[in-house]
Design a protein. Structure first.
Length: 253
């Protein structure tokens, strides 16, 4: 079975002390992660070291960065390199979140460079894609998401793309309380899988975890995750509340 993943995206929230407390609260609550399941915490860069030491020995639990730069090292003040992440033991990085695309002008080709440097350094990207509301209303979301995948991922070899986790996040559902229906999520996830199949074949397409993101919470996680092509979620707001996130972990297939 494909890996089922509950990924927390804290975004730019919480102090170090609050973050530590939240991880302690989550870990202390009953949660079970089977062999095919993972919980990933995408937390602010200054706390990666804290989280890494706290979670290092926990089975099926991983730390992710929320971003990294496309260059190996050098005069890029304020940026975070993959070597820095590797030296902390971080194994995942979220790339192409819609907030980075919108506020920091990250393009598909810039993201392709970031994907490359991560894979070259054994870090798995959680690659985000998803359409804004006007595209959904025009019913051209498949073309839009297909282009994001093509321009950032389809230069990869089959072995490389198997290391990617995809997160489909319709922008109109992020932080709005407006979730895509489970049918809308399944429809897009099936489209993404088919799209990958056309380039890489069915076995690769079936091996890639595709997470849904956009107002996932305890109350809708079971329903959304039960869809055939939905392999868990990337969770913003609800990941900041211990009980909510634990329930989301426990909702994984
Ligand atoms: P949300 O955010 O769960 O608060 O909608 C999801 C995300 O942006 O990853």
């Amino acid at each position: 079975m494909r890996k089922q993943i509950a990924a927390a995206n804290w975004k730019m929230n919480l102090t170090l002390q609050q973050g530590e407390q939240l991880l302690d609260d989550i870990l202390s609550k009953p949660h079970s992660l089977k062999d095919n399941q993972e919980a990933i915490f995408a937390i602010p860069a200054p706390y990666l070291s804290m989280a890494q030491s706290k979670l290092r020995n926990k089975e099926h639990v991983f730390v992710a960065a929320q971003n990294c730069y496309s260059k190996k090292s050098g005069a890029y003040t304020g940026e975070i390199s993959v070597d820095m992440l590797s030296s902390l033991g971080v194994q995942y990085v979220v790339l192409g979140h819609s907030e980075r695309r919108e506020y920091f002008n990250e393009s598909n080709s810039f993201l392709a460079d970031k994907v490359n440097i991560c894979l070259e350094n054994n870090i798995s990207p959680i690659f985000c894609c998803g359409e804004p509301l006007d595209i959904r209303e025009a019913n051209t979301q498949n073309e839009y998401v297909g282009k994001q995948l093509k321009e950032s991922l389809y230069h990869l070899t089959e072995a490389q793309i198997r290391k990617i986790v995809i997160a489909y996040e319709p922008i109109w559902a992020i932080g709005t309380g407006k979730t895509a229906t489970s049918e809308q999520a399944q429809e897009m996830h099936a489209f993404i899988r088919k799209n990958i199949e056309l380039v890489y074949g069915a076995s690769t397409a079936n091996s890639i975890s595709i997470l849904y993101g956009g107002s996932v919470k305890a109350a809708n996680a079971v329903e959304i995750f039960s869809q055939t092509d939905v392999d868990g979620g990337l969770v913003g707001g609800a990941s900041l509340i211990a009980d909510e996130f634990v329930a989301i972990i426990n909702a994984l297939k």
